[in-house]
Write a protein that binds this ligand. Structure first.
Ligand code: IPT
Length: 994
């Protein structure tokens, strides 16, 4: 694309002052090298639970915190998908370091409530601790407690017990509202303590409901939303509230329902998950991209994307990513996707931007909705094993920029820049009306790099825009005590360290850059590192340099007393630059994989962080800093011409982590429930006549839906007793599950067979409920009595995205009939025991082994038979394998360890994986695609002994494993956070009913 002088002057001509992309110095202020008008003040520093009162408001441009503009640059993280509270800090520190200033969290009702009136916020469910950790990390919080959350969790977050209550959920039904109030009271009691308005924490926004697209105009919906609003306010939540519209529909925009007479304290937000293929959509904020949404729907509130896709989820069988799993999600939504789509969002006026997910984590236990498997990695910027990926780099670049350049918090669209139509580059010109700072987002929708020729200062500046990527260029922004005229590279940050200002610009390695800085007179320029040319003319210093690592140019004099260190960083080098704000001023660190914290004590700067490979360490700190301490060890440094302290020797990388082989397995068979003589007299009788399920009860049959008998999670057993089978030829069992559910049946202890729901394909993948009737031939002996035993793996409740009570679709058996006879059956049912008090309601289903503690550490398995893996046995039913192993990971090493299962993919079996009693998820050998299960430290004793228990369910049609079972090192770093062991009681303390 070539911007002609004529077309570009439209843009330049409207410059409020100072800067002109056409290159002519358009005002005296700029010619004199005077700094542009300051925005409303620097962006507020990192928030803390500081005990002070704060105002949290907004206008149509942005949030206003204590009257200062703030762009919320947020990542979605789910505490319930990382069941090890110590690691919350690890994830949050990684996000903060990479430029995020906010996190957004769901709170999942089902995770905290095993029964009506019971709300548990202890241990891995400690919301208070999570919010405290976020505040300590300096992150704002967007809180999203539902009551409905979707989120690919069981029943969209509704507790199992809610499926058996009357009334329609997600409406103004009084029974539903009564339970909603219970939940909100419990969450809000904690949330209210963490509001930024009172300095108790850093919660600044609170979401009502989730993508509620039904009943938008009916009282059922309006009264419901009105109720939620009033309830949350009554609970003392005084930060702005909002709802996330499913798309740009204008649903639940301010004024569409009664917000208790309040105005100006409720925001409009919407979600977007555009296809990564094709052009990023415009959001209408500036009147482009459609009539609805953005400022059209809500002109007085800032552009707010409550969720914008940072990846996507994958169903059982891996249909979404052609079986390639989350690596493919990350490949199709890579770093360039993030830069290209998110800069487009900013260019469309979005000022509250949340990426769903930024750390996806694990849907452990029975948390996953039927459409997803255990891993919720999502292809997010931080992977399931907590390892930073390349996707964090553009987020880091943009996040730092938003912090350092507050002009970006108030943008108007500048007159259009015409770009030639022979090119795929789209240009979004933007201006801050107060400061005159200008920005141009250049987006390349073609796959190969284009160089945009931008005429600047009498010459043409080539701005390279890589294929399927974007670049933000700025003019007229402050770099401390100097002003940027232009750069072809993207500004990333500036700060004042000691005497000097430091400014960082970024782009791709190898690309040429041109940067022009206003200088009243000719400065002294020293190229300290890298290749760079420079010249001074007409009040401008121009530096030309190809990007290669970190190029350093020192600018001294030129009418400004303070030196400016110009750092030109390629993407990789920019990912090794860390800004950290301390009470004595900002610190800039270059070199290590991660900087977690910086603190000044006397003349020493104390740093904590991670290394993987050996790394340089260089620190720019406030004046008087002479010593550097890294992870408690003093580092020998020398002062550099760059004004930094640089370690004389590299920091060591991470030592090797050795993992043991898993040996000495013990084996025990179960499913006594299938035997004719099993005593089920303590089981519940299944004889109900009616149900609140949305699945009809078949005429003439008892209710067999498991939820109606209090069994909501995992496997459920049925035993149907009958006196005589007469001339029965076959039995038909109708059942309902989520995707990949199955049923196994036995008659009088003899296997009848297994029925499995089909593997979802691209078409059926979104389908929640799976219904089938399995018919098995029977040859009952003439002599009764008989017993039909059935095991159903339910695979969780549907979500309720459309607000049609689909979480109340039945799970388990629905109807049973015989051909050739009509015996009358008396049913007993048995599912999970009382919830594990520590591990929570979603940890266990109703397998015999689970009911008897076979999954727990310390369970007496001495009598079990010692066996070697792999196994290959043909059997319908359940077999358990247990093994203990010890780890001795060095202290100071953060190892991410997974459990990997592999076998011949033709073998039909699945495995529930228990680590120290915690249900780490489900492996389905012949479906996949997941083979590696992350074992989070804390649950995993990295220095000590651990117990693995595998509950193997096999259908008898093929030999069944386990095959190979081994520990996998997913990543490691020297550093990390201190990890406290998560309580993992054995049978004695468990307190569960057998
Ligand atoms: C949107 C939900 O709000 C969120 O909970 C999650 O389910 C996400 O999608 C997908 O992972 S729903 C929208 C994509 C229709």
């Amino acid at each position: 694309m070539v911007l002609s002088r004529r077309t570009f002057s439209a843009f330049a001509g409207s410059a409020a002052l100072g800067f002109s992309l056409s290159g002519s110095v358009s005002s005296e202020a700029s010619a004199a090298g005077r700094a542009p008008l300051a925005p409303t003040g620097p962006a507020p520093g990192p928030p803390a639970a500081d005990g002070r009162t704060h105002t949290v408001g907004f206008d149509r441009y942005s949030m206003l915190v204590d009257g200062k503009r703030l762009v919320l640059w947020s990542g979605e993280v789910h505490p319930f998908r990382l069941p090890s509270p110590s690691l919350w800090r690890d994830v949050l520190e990684k996000l903060r370091a990479h430029g995020y200033n906010t996190i957004s969290i769901y709170v999942s009702w089902n995770y905290h409530s095993a029964a009506p009136g019971s709300y548990d916020f202890t241990g891995v469910r400690d919301l208070d601790l999570f919010l405290r950790t976020a505040a300590e990390t300096g992150l704002y919080v967007i809180l999203r407690p539902g009551p409905y959350i979707n989120a690919e969790v069981d029943a969209g977050g509704f507790p199992g017990w809610l499926t058996v209550t009357p009334g329609t959920a997600r409406t103004s039904d009084p029974t539903y509202l009564k339970y909603v109030d219970e939940w909100l009271t419990a969450v809000d009691r904690i949330a209210a303590r963490h509001l930024y308005t009172h300095g108790g924490g850093t919660v600044v926004l609170y979401q009502l409901e989730n993508e509620y697209a039904n009943n938008v105009t009916s009282p059922l919906g309006r009264d419901y939303m009105t109720h939620l609003y009033a309830k949350v306010r009554a609970d003392g939540i005084d930060v702005p509230l909002f709802h996330n519209d499913k798309g740009r529909n204008g649903h639940w925009a301010p004024g569409t329902f009664d917000t208790d007479g309040e105005t100006g304290r409720y925001l409009y937000a919407f979600d977007g998950y555009p296809s990564p293929v094709g052009q990023p959509p415009d959001w209408g904020y500036f009147g482009i991209g459609g009539a609805k949404g953005g400022s059209t729907a809500s002109p007085e509130t800032p552009g707010f994307m409550a969720e914008f896709g940072g990846g996507w989820f994958d169903p059982w069988g891996g249909a979404e990513f052609d079986g390639k799993g989350y690596a493919e999600s990350r490949r199709t939504r890579d770093a360039a996707y993030e830069r290209r789509f998110y800069l487009t969002n900013l260019a469309n006026g979005i000022k509250i931007h949340n990426v769903y997910m930024t750390f996806g984590g694990t849907s452990w236990g029975w948390l996953p909705a039927p459409i997803v498997y255990t891993s919720y990695d999502y292809g997010a910027a931080l992977d399931e094993a907590r390892r930073p990926t390349e996707k964090l780099i553009p987020m880091h670049q943009i996040g730092q920029l938003l912090h350092c350049v507050p002009d970006l918090a108030k943008l108007d669209r500048a007159p259009d820049v015409t770009v030639g139509d022979d090119t795929a580059v789209k240009a979004y010109p933007l201006v801050n009306p107060d400061t005159g700072a200008r920005f141009l987002v250049l987006r390349n929708d073609a796959s190969s790099e284009t160089v945009v020729q931008v005429p600047l200062a009498g010459s043409t500046v080539p701005v390279p825009v890589p294929g399927l990527d974007a670049r933000l260029v700025a003019t007229g922004i402050s770099l401390g005590r100097r002003t940027l005229r232009h750069s072809s590279a993207q500004p990333m940050l500036w700060l004042t360290a000691g005497r000097q200002d430091i400014a960082v610009f970024t782009g791709r390695a190898g690309e040429p850059t041109q940067t022009a800085i206003e200088c009243a007179s000719e400065p002294t320029v020293t190229v300290l590192e890298g290749n760079a040319g420079h010249e001074y003319a007409d009040g401008l210093l121009r530096v030309d340099a190809p990007l290669d690592g970190l190029t350093r140019v020192l600018v001294e004099g030129g009418g400004t007393a303070a030196p400016l260190l110009l750092l030109l960083a390629d993407d990789t080098a920019s990912g090794r630059l860390w800004r950290y704000d301390t009470p004595s001023g900002p610190v800039l660190v270059h070199g290590p994989e991660l900087l977690r914290s910086a603190a000044l004590r006397g003349t020493a700067v104390h740093l904590t962080g991670d290394t993987v490979a050996a790394a340089d360490l260089e620190v720019w700190g406030p004046r008087g800093t002479t010593e550097v301490v890294w992870n408690q060890g003093t580092v020998k440094t020398r002062a550099t011409r760059s004004g930094s302290l640089r370690a004389v020797q590299q920091l060591p990388g991470v030592p090797a982590v050795r993992l043991p082989a898993l040996t000495n397995w013990r084996r025990s068979e179960e499913n006594p429930e299938s035997a004719a003589g099993f005593d089920d007299s303590s089981w519940r009788t299944a004889d109900k006549k009616s149900s609140f399920s949305v699945t009809p009860v078949p005429a003439g049959q008892p209710v067999l839906f498991a939820d109606d008998y209090g069994f909501h999670y995992g496997d459920v057993w049925y035993r149907g007793h009958f006196a005589s089978a007469g001339d029965a030829e076959s039995v038909s069992l109708s059942y309902v599950t989520g995707a990949q559910g199955l049923l196994m049946a036995w008659l009088d202890g003899e296997p009848l067979g297994t029925h499995r729901m089909p593997v979802p394909d691209k078409k059926t993948v979104r389908q929640g409920t799976w219904e089938a009737t399995a018919t098995f031939p029977v040859e009952p002996g003439t002599r009764g009595p008989h017993v039909l035993s059935v095991l159903v793996r339910r695979m969780q409740h549907d979500e309720d995205g459309a607000a049609r009570d689909t979480h109340k679709v039945a799970r388990g058996l629905t109807a049973v009939s015989f051909a050739g006879a009509s015996p009358s059956l008396a049913w007993r049912i048995r599912g999970e025991g009382a919830p594990d008090r520590v591990r929570g309601p979603l940890n266990n289903g109703g397998l015999y082994g689970e009911r008897h503690g076979w999954h727990l550490p310390g369970f007496a398995d001495a009598g079990w038979k010692v066996v070697d893996l792999p196994r290959a046995e043909r059997r319908q039913g359940v077999v358990w394998y247990r093994c203990d192993f010890r780890l001795a990971v060095d202290t100071g090493v953060d190892a991410s360890i997974g459990l990997t299962l592999t076998d011949d993919p033709a073998r039909a079996y699945r495995v529930q994986i228990f680590l120290n009693g915690w249900n780490m998820g489900q492996y389905i050998n012949d479906v996949g695609p997941q083979h590696t299960f992350v074992l989070p430290n804390g649950l995993l004793r990295t220095r000590g002994s651990n117990t693995l228990a595998l509950a193997v369910l096999s259908d008898g049609t093929t030999p069944a494993g386990p095959g190979q079972v081994r520990l996998t090192l997913l990543g490691s770093a020297a550093g990390g956070v201190p990890v406290a062991p998560v309580d993992s009681p054995g049978p004695a303390k468990r307190g569960a009913r057998r």
